[in-house]
Design a protein around this ligand. Structure first.
Ligand code: FAD
Ligand code: PYC
Length: 399
């Protein structure tokens, strides 16, 4: 095999201008935009395992921007716009497929909230439609909308620009592009401590020795609170398992994404033909990257009620990731109370769609030591000021 490596495999240098902890999509995107937008290239991404091996490669790849509040709509829509040019920007096919995302309403409360969200989205310039049950059936003919169904479908929101992408490609595309601009991507390098010099960050202790750093960005998803605790900071974040599974491959039957928050299932069909299905989070806290059987049982019950056509499908494999959930189901992006230390986390069950936007605004925040305007509302201080951004409804996955 003579294929060239996509990125170098450097030894860590003794010092960097900026160190990013976590080689998932968000960390890699941050490093890429630090180099591309701000000319900061003396940067290392430290990853305890392999690039993209965390939630980036474990998620169900739903992309959309139909969040309720102005602050969220702005950052997720910014991200969606970056997605729309990403393959070209990275010269790497991230296989964005804007096939449309349906969010089902099963009761009057769901319906009211969904229609409110459609109006809010439109006011923010986001494409959003309300479909009545007949229009839902026309858009997704295999969905059971019978009035006597266990989960009656009273309608659905539709974002036509929503869809899916190829998660590995996103990590690899950002990794290759960051490496090409001089960023060191260092795998098998766990950060074990954060060294402070008084009120300022001095560097990171790692499984491969101490690395001095002018600035440190924590982008470690389910392990963010563990990392922040190394600097003596307690975050309002809980880590939970979130699991997904895939069926055996079948011929194309589903050409959109269907999500139901109320019954805890969402499904799309991959290019290989597998049905990719997710569920709500496991209620307990854990750092083990696996879910539990009761969640799978409820998820299967829900999917068969919604799609009787799937009843004889065999499931092939399941897996889990650890998601970091904030009390208001919105992320934390910004400075931490140690100079030179920054956090990008708390994306919970919904950060894949945010990868480009999150990396872009976090790079700006690190480079300028001040939040990007789109990141400013998502500061840690909102948990003391009370300016929370409650996105439990739009998160579309039950927490
Ligand atoms: P990660 O990819 O997890 O990257 C963090 C990295 O930090 C990991 O690689 C980890 O190994 C590394 N790390 C941790 N500790 C250390 C340390 N001490 N030293 C060095 N490195 C460390 N979002 C959506 O928008 N749409 C979806 O459809 C969707 N579905 C999901 C389905 C599942 C089953 C799961 C688990 C998540 C889903 N998400 C979804 C959420 C999404 O995957 C995450 O929000 C997003 O991938 C987070 O990206 P990240 O780069 O921050 O995290
Ligand atoms: O945020 O759209 C989402 C999502 C889908 C599945 C998990 N999260």
């Amino acid at each position: 095999m003579t294929w060239p490596r996509l990125w170098r495999d450097p030894e860590p240098k003794p010092a960097y201008d900026a160190v990013i902890v976590g080689g998932g999509g968000h960390g890699l995107a941050t490093a890429y935009y630090l180099a591309k937008e701000h000319g900061i290239t003396n940067v290392a991404v430290l990853e305890k395992g392999w690039l993209g091996g965390g939630n980036t490669a474990r998620n169900t790849t739903v992309i959309r921007s139909n969040y309720l509040w102005d602050e969220s709509a702005a950052i997720y829509e910014f991200s969606l716009k970056l997605w729309e040019g990403l393959s070209r920007d990275l010269n790497f096919n991230v296989m964005l497929s804007q096939r449309g995302v349906l969010n089902l309403a099963h009761n009057l409360h769901d319906r009211r909230e969904a229609i409110r969200r459609v109006h809010a989205n439109r006011l923010n310039g986001i494409d959003a439609e309300w479909l009545d049950p007949t229009a839902v059936r026309a858009f997704c003919p295999i969905l059971n909308i019978d009035a006597g169904a266990r989960y009656p479908v009273l309608g659905a929101t539709l974002q036509r620009r929503g869809g899916v992408a190829r998660h590995d490609a996103v990590a690899w595309g950002y990794a290759r592009a960051a490496d090409a601009r001089g960023v060191d991507l260092i795998q098998n390098c766990a950060v074990t401590g954060l060294r402070r010099n008084g009120g300022r960050i001095a560097g990171v202790e790692t499984s491969r020795g101490f690395i001095k750093a002018g600035k440190v960005g924590i982008v470690a998803a389910g392990h963010n609170s563990v990392l922040a605790a190394m600097a003596g900071i307690r975050l309002p974040i809980e880590s939970h398992p979130l699991q997904a599974l895939v069926s055996e491959p079948i011929k194309p039957v589903l050409d959109c994404v269907v999500m139901s928050n109320a019954v805890h299932v969402y499904v799309s069909q991959s290019d290989k033909g597998e049905l990719v299905m997710g569920a709500g989070i496991d209620g307990f806290n854990s750092y083990a990257q696996r879910g539990s059987f009761p969640v799978i049982e409820a998820q299967m019950g829900a999917v068969i009620a919604l799609f009787p056509i799937f009843s004889r499908l065999r499931m092939m494999r399941s897996w889990g990731g650890i998601v970091d959930v904030c009390p208001d189901a919105s992320p934390i992006i910004g400075k931490l109370p140690v100079d030179g230390l920054y956090l990008n986390g708390g994306w919970g069950t919904g950060g894949f769609k945010a990868t480009p936007g999150s990396g872009f605004v976090f790079a700006h925040t690190i480079a300028n030591d001040a939040p990007h305007p789109l990141a400013a509302p998502f500061s840690l201080e909102r948990f003391t000021t009370g300016a929370l951004i409650d996105e439990h409804g739009a998160a579309a996955v039950a927490h």
